[in-house]
Write a protein that binds this ligand. Structure first.
Ligand code: FAD
Length: 392
């Protein structure tokens, strides 16, 4: 027997974007129901580095662009939520580092001239020296410079867990939800096993899965692009905390390192940046060798002998743009009774929810009275941290 679940807004996909939006919608008085086909956060979100960017890495070329401006306010917005004073109460979410750093390994200062000349960076980047240096750089062999950025790094699984709590009864697990197409081309519902969801609006926040949902709906626009990466994970008992972009010769970070707690008490360095972009077509072994060479050159005093190594291929999903350039804001496109969206960055999830709420207001979609949702809906679980999964 199939039940109909009536709601104001049906969200498809429970990563950071869908969960943040679900919490905001409920706060704004809408009834919402989020469908997740796997584990909450199990797409890109828990595979991300958790950096709440303020856009500083995009200013490395010496040019400020729309990306830098659009996300400049995000660290403050997240910080106020973490302090229980923002739009969502994220108290209890684990902050792995209050600051992210920028580190120039040698005499690369000429590359940075344009960067530091930029007015918009004033007060957002500060050089640290001596005792204020993160411990990892506290070695006589270190010759570079280190700058503290006004950006923080989160433990994403704990953020997903908290956002799931804020979703109350508005989460449902279903392994293969299907979009139903009405004769006029709009979405008439979402078919689950044993239930159909009918909503005023449908918001697609399925990350990489949005591509297939669009095909199922029979629509080709807006199109999606994938940006493949192969990340490297290094696990060890004695790894010091490192949260930093290492500058290279190009405007993109040569290496971006974040440090994450493993269930057995060890630590995992998660390596992104150019290494992960260039590693896409390499075998895991070749990429691990390249990562070992990079770390031996950049941090030769760190002993990595007893560490475990692995890699994680993962795609970023974003709205299609020519030349695979980075999109510069959260993206929300209204189409019929749907909104198709990608945050483009974890940090921009609040921005995505603003754009959806603005669009609902513009379309005059108002909360309506609905029967309460059943209390026994199958609830999706929260994804496991990859620093545990990848080493099993
Ligand atoms: P996802 O997290 O991918 O969530 C989509 C969800 O939809 C998944 O749970 C999936 O199971 C579900 N789903 C898919 N199809 C369906 C369907 N048909 N029905 C129901 N559910 C479905 N951003 C930052 O700001 N800072 C960083 O440090 C950072 N680091 C990154 C590092 C890496 C390696 C990668 C890949 C990305 C990084 N990002 C970072 C980007 C960031 O992770 C993403 O922009 C963000 O997590 C996307 O969130 P999302 O909710 O749109 O998608």
């Amino acid at each position: 027997m199939s039940t109909t679940l009536d709601t104001d807004i049906c969200i498809i996909g429970g990563g950071i974007a869908g969960l943040w939006l679900n919490a905001r919608l409920r706060q704004a008085g809408y009834q919402s129901l989020l469908v997740e086909r796997g584990a909450l956060g199990g797409g890109q979100s828990v595979k991300s580095q958790g950096i709440i960017h303020g856009g500083i890495k995009y200013a490395l070329g010496g040019k400020l662009n729309a990306a830098t401006e659009a996300i400049a306010g995000m660290p403050e917005r997240w910080r106020s939520c973490l302090a229980g004073e923002g739009e969502l109460d994220l108290r209890g979410v684990r902050v792995l580092s209050e600051h992210h750093y920028l580190w120039s390994p040698g005499s690369l200062i000429s590359n940075l001239a344009g960067f530091f000349a930029s007015k918009a960076l004033r007060g957002r980047v500060e050089q640290v020296k001596g005792k204020a240096l993160p411990t990892v750089f506290n070695d006589p062999g270190f010759r570079g410079k280190v700058y503290q950025l006004g950006e923080l790094v989160l433990d994403v699984p704990s953020a997903i867990t908290r956002l799931a709590e804020l979703s109350g009864d508005g989460l449902i697990a279903d392994s293969s939800p299907h979009l139903l197409r009405a004769d006029d081309g709009s979405i008439s519902g979402v078919q689950l096993h044993g239930a159909t969801i009918r909503a005023q609006r449908y918001v697609l926040t399925a990350g990489e899965g949005t591509d297939a949902l669009m095909q199922e709906w029979g629509e080709s626009e807006p199109a999606m692009q994938r940006r493949p990466l192969q990340m490297v994970l290094v696990k060890g008992a004695d790894l010091p905390p490192l949260f930093a972009h290492c500058l290279g010769a190009s405007p993109k970070p040569r290496l971006t390192v974040t440090t994450h707690p493993c269930e057995d008490g060890q630590w995992c360095w998660y390596l992104g940046g150019e290494l992960a972009e260039q590693g896409v077509n390499q075998t895991a072994d070749a990429l691990i060798d390249a990562a070992k060479r990079e770390l031996a050159e950049l941090l030769p005093w760190i002993n990595l002998e007893n560490c475990q190594w692995t890699t994680l291929p993962v795609n970023r999903a974003e709205p299609a743009q020519s030349g695979l350039v980075r999109p510069d804001n959260a993206y929300v496109q209204a189409k019929g009774n749907a909104l198709i969206s990608w945050p483009t960055k974890l940090a921009l999830a609040p921005n995505l929810s603003d754009l959806v709420l603005e669009e609902l207001t513009r379309q005059q979609v108002k909360p309506q009275a609905h029967p309460p949702l059943p209390s026994d809906l199958p609830r999706p679980r929260v994804a496991e941290p990859i620093w545990d999964m990848c080493f099993r």
